[in-house]
Design a protein around this ligand. Sequence first.
Ligand SMILES: [Zn+2]
Length: 162
Amino acid sequence: MNTTQTAPAITFELDERGVLLTCPQCGKRNRLRYEGLKQTFHCGQCRAELHLRSEPIDVQSDLIFDAVTRRATIPVLADFWAPWCGPCKMVAPELRKIAAEGVGRWLVIKVNTEELPSLSHRFRVTAIPTMILFQNGLEEARQAGAMPAPAIRKFLEPWLRG
Ligand SMILES: [Zn+2]
């Protein structure tokens, strides 16, 4: 029997119901439902305050994409990218800045168009990177091409009021 206790890995991912994250204190897996996304919440077991990670999150399936874009109570910015795309690599650190600024206000997700080609077909993404802003499952705006963080912020701004 292996009695070695390994420290709980901090994981952070999306499933069909919400954002999953491991409590850094007690290791319990928590799910923050898309309907209740907010800046902080508490671990169901030890009550430690948990924070949404302020980084773009990779989407693993079409189902998860649909769930997060339709059910999240905050706007969702989806970055359609591919590993071979140079401009996508340029925009990645800019998106990290935007994700960090938007903790609890918006969510930044990444769609690898090589792994999820059905999504790029469905949304007629013909160039990458393309950013699409979703609210309540509806596409509100899109922008193709790499942009620095201030331009991304400007692109988001009109959709964050009201
Ligand atoms: Zn905990």
